[in-house]
Design a protein around this ligand. Structure first.
Ligand SMILES: [Fe+2]
Length: 458
């Protein structure tokens, strides 16, 4: 989140802030410690580089490339009461694997393009980008994690992007829903970047709710727009807090927008109030219904003003949208807390049998000590437990070379070890994660709990 951008907004409507403050639940402002600065949430300050990493087990030979993980890492002191997990300089942690060896680890700050791209990393058309939402510019990164002084995607012009574009596996185009409420208070943009990394189209959509638009999804015919019940909050902004809040008065809804340009209209479906940062996937079934699954919260950013994990657990939930009837149906599919879902990227927008997510059987302040693999076809799941005192991160799926089935590949996940106060990168067989790591790459320092990683095959 680009806080600097949001702060611009605070000068727009100081008079309105007092009005917005009436009736606001103040219970989020308490004297308790900030959950998101404790333990492995705390930032690291050392920028280091180490070659020849120690490995336990055998790194698959076909796994040659770069694993990069992005996340906010405040480098200067923060106001503990007000600090939000989503804020801080972007720090990249990279591990280079080559022919069964772990060549190096390094961590560097994202510092290019006047941006604070702290949320995710993607590779597209032979380049690597650190990305963020809310108007922050994307930053091109080289293979040594250096930020480059280029202006990605939009020609010679800088413009904001998103943390979660969807790469269409058939066209290699990136589809993104972008918002920048500091500059556009009433619309959001559907942006398409072509297979060469150039801007193809921007379509503005009326969006007066100013909800937090972290995610999107695509299907064969639709871009999905998520207008959910966490909205921009001037009251919090004016007082130096992360400026988004749960809003009981905002009806959650999912919109279907044609990808083919045959209509500008969004077909909206009302759903029970919810918020989710991350979809598992979306697709159209044989009846033309749109199926979307996500890690959905019943409530967040209401009493906890510092982050998402202490109010209600994110749980695997499915929505079926019927474009003919206009009706939506939701089903909660699992009781576990799950976050940071990943799938085989060749099935984005299509029906997938398998998905992988960070999981916790403890749903109050989830500790994410497991990876769950879901099998949607057989309605089963299996779990890998990281082990005593170990806490995991997003499991990134990487297909094996010449893979012939959906789950033929690997799961790459960072693991924090409380006992050693260091992190490892583990590599699991995605066909059978519960059998444990094929290899563990030992890193020279801990990697704080952050957001999204990517396997870069260049
Ligand atoms: Fe995200």
């Amino acid at each position: 989140m680009n806080r600097r951008k949001f702060l611009k907004v605070s000068s727009l409507s100081l008079g309105g802030l007092a009005v917005a403050g009436i009736g606001v639940d103040m219970s989020g402002i308490t004297a308790k410690k900030n959950y998101y600065l404790q333990g492995n949430y705390a930032p690291v300050k050392n920028l280091i580089s180490e070659v020849g990493l120690k490995v336990t087990g055998q790194i698959p030979k076909d796994l040659s490339g770069l694993f990069v993980r992005n996340g906010p890492n405040p480098m200067s002191s923060v106001n503990e009461k007000k600090h939000h997990w989503f804020l801080g300089e972007g720090m990249l942690h990279g591990i280079r694997l080559d022919s069964g060896n772990a060549l190096w680890y390094k961590n560097k700050l994202v510092d290019g393009n006047d941006s604070n791209a702290n949320t995710s990393v993607i590779s597209h058309s032979g380049k690597i980008y650190a990305i963020v939402e809310a108007g922050g510019y994307p930053v091109e990164i080289d293979q040594d994690l250096n930020s480059l002084n280029t202006k990605p995607f939009y020609g010679d012009k800088n413009a904001g992007f998103t943390a979660h574009p969807k790469l269409d596996p058939d066209t290699n185009e990136l589809h993104a829903m972008c918002y920048d409420y500091a500059n556009n208070f009433d619309t959001v943009d559907y942006v398409v970047i072509d297979q060469n990394g150039s801007h193809k189209k921007t379509q503005s959509i009326p969006f007066e709710s100013r909800s937090m638009l972290h995610e999107c999804a695509i299907t064969k015919n639709y871009m999905l727009v998520f207008d959910l019940s966490v909205v921009f909050d001037l009251y919090k902004l004016g007082r130096g807090y992360f400026p988004f809040s749960w809003d009981d008065n905002h009806q959650s809804r999912i919109g279907l927008l044609s990808r083919n340009g045959d209509s500008d209209a969004v077909q909206w479906f009302d759903i029970d109030r919810t918020y989710f940062f991350h979809t598992f996937n979306a697709h159209e079934d044989s009846n033309g219904n749109v199926i979307v699954t996500a890690a959905a919260y019943d409530r967040l950013f209401d009493t906890d003003w510092n982050g998402p994990f202490t109010e209600s657990p994110p749980q695997l939930t499915k929505w079926e949208l019927n474009p003919k009837s206009g009706q939506a149906m939701s089903t909660k599919l699992d009781d576990r807390a799950v976050e940071f879902p990943r799938i085989n990227p060749s099935l984005v927008g299509k029906s997938n049998q398998y998905a992988y997510a960070l999981a916790s059987s403890n749903t109050i302040e989830p500790d994410f000590k497991e990876i769950v693999k879901y099998d949607f076809k057989n309605d089963t799941s299996e779990v890998y437990e990281y082990g005593f005192g170990k806490f995991g991160a997003e499991p990134v799926f990487v297909a094996a070379e010449g893979a012939k089935s959906e789950d033929e590949g690997y799961l790459l996940s960072l693991v924090y070890n409380q006992e050693t106060d260091n992190s490892d990168l583990i590599i699991l067989n995605a066909k059978e994660p519960k059998s444990g790591p094929l290899a563990t790459v030992h890193l020279p320092q801990r990697v704080p709990f952050g957001f999204h990683g990517e396997w870069v095959n260049i």
